[in-house]
Ligand binder design. Structure first.
Ligand code: SAM
Length: 377
């Protein structure tokens, strides 16, 4: 039975684990932000179709020790048959990550050695070899060097899973779709409660919440890389697609609300939600946080938001004032609500003067952030 490795952003490993568990994947093991699971190829395909938090899924194929370039070359050449994945007429690329090694320090050198060993296998068998295409390969081999430990995997995904295709327009600093899905997973929101994003930008958090509630197939723009491999099992893929589609739940009873002061981004958010197929359950409206009132009749629910926190020179006071306005609205309008705010800047979030119940460290791209939880009393 193959073991697959799902990757996500740092800080979202727990969210990915709980999502995969909920989706019924088995024998889960967590290592940092990555979660592995065991299952048939159908399960490997299904993870691509249903996981919202995973950004990429690999098939680990080799783990060995190498003290030098010769060890690396000979293990790749002898220990695994790469000719089962592509024909000599297809293309390949090597992605190397070197963390620490006395001799194998240069990523390009490692990639070169691995490529040499793989193309020599093809030459030996067919007298022909695949070309390298760094931008659009059919076979992408991922090599990780950490001291003398070498691990080799096949990238099954290709274009990252965060590229769902629904977000064609966005304002400033939109969240990556998989990041937004991870934050929704960390929050205590469930589909029986209303959700509000008071500074929703292009609507990513609300759209990802709606996709979680709906389940079923996650939108995807381009084919997966595994579809180009010789060992691709079309009937297992069709079964995975049918299984994923059948898991979709009705969502008409959901209540999600997005507000933003900028009419342009509200128009983007509406168009994005439409492309994601969830526009009927998200109410978007232009509104400044100062004027925001809790929608009538909603006594309890989840508020989730990533307010602007990047402080440009000379704008410290302005950003702090915005967080003060946010605190005022939370205290006066959202008593009894569970509120989650993403902050990459301690100085601005302390302008809230509210006591956090939880601080979850997450990374928004390279930036270390905190996902802060407040129970507004
Ligand atoms: C970091 S962006 C949110 C990005 C969003 N999560 C996404 O994925 O597209 C912050 C948003 O806050 C909005 N904003 C800034 N000041 C505001 C205010 N006073 N009232 C309401 N919205 C505001 C901005 O227009 C911007 O869209």
């Amino acid at each position: 039975m193959p073991r697959f490795l799902a990757l996500t952003s740092r800080g979202l490993g727990g969210a990915l684990h709980s999502e995969l568990h909920e989706l019924g994947f088995k024998k889960l093991e967590m290592g940092g932000p990555n979660v592995s699971f065991e299952g048939s190829w159908k399960e490997g395909y299904r993870a691509h179709l249903q996981s919202r938090v995973a950004n990429r899924i690999l098939l680990p194929i080799l783990d060995f020790q190498a003290y030098n370039a010769e060890d690396l070359y000979s293990a790749i050449f002898k220990k695994h048959d790469f000719t089962k994945y592509i024909t000599p007429e297809q293309t390949l690329a090597i992605e190397a990550h070197v963390f620490e090694h006395r001799e194998l320090r240069d990523q390009r050198f490692v990639a070169q050695k691995v490529k040499d060993a793989i193309v020599d296998q093809f030459r030996k068998k067919f007298d022909r070899r695949p070309d390298v295409d760094a931008k659009n390969p059919d076979l992408q081999v991922v090599v990780r060097v950490n001291r003398t430990e070498i691990s080799v995997a096949i990238d099954l995904t290709g274009e990252p899973l965060s590229f769902r295709g629904y977000r064609q327009q966005a304002g400033e600093a939109p969240l990556r779709e998989t990041m937004a899905a991870g934050l929704v997973e960390i929050s205590d929101w469930n589909r029986s409660q209303p959700m509000i994003d008071p500074m929703c930008g292009s609507g990513t958090l609300l759209i990802e919440a709606a996709l979680k509630a709906r389940g079923g197939l996650i939108p995807r723009k381009s084919p997966f890389l595994f579809q180009r491999l010789l060992n691709f099992d079309g009937s297992a893929f069709a079964k995975a697609q049918a299984e994923a589609a059948n898991a979709a739940q009705p969502i008409q009873d959901l209540k999600l609300y997005g507000f933003d002061k900028d009419p342009k981004v509200i128009a983007f958010a509406r168009a994005n939600a439409k492309r994601a197929g969830v526009e009927s359950i998200i109410h978007f409206e232009v509104k400044n946080i100062e004027k925001l009132q809790r929608p009538e009749g909603l006594m309890m629910g989840t508020l989730i938001c990533n307010p602007p926190y990047a402080v440009r020179l000379g704008q410290e006071k302005e950003t702090e004032r915005l967080w003060e306005d946010l605190a005022h609205t939370l205290k006066t309008q959202f008593q009894g609500w569970s509120c989650w705010l993403l902050s990459g800047n301690k100085d601005v979030s302390s302008a809230l003067h509210l006591k956090t119940d939880r601080k979850v460290p997450v990374y928004n791209g390279p930036m270390e952030c905190r996902f802060l939880h407040y129970n507004i009393r």
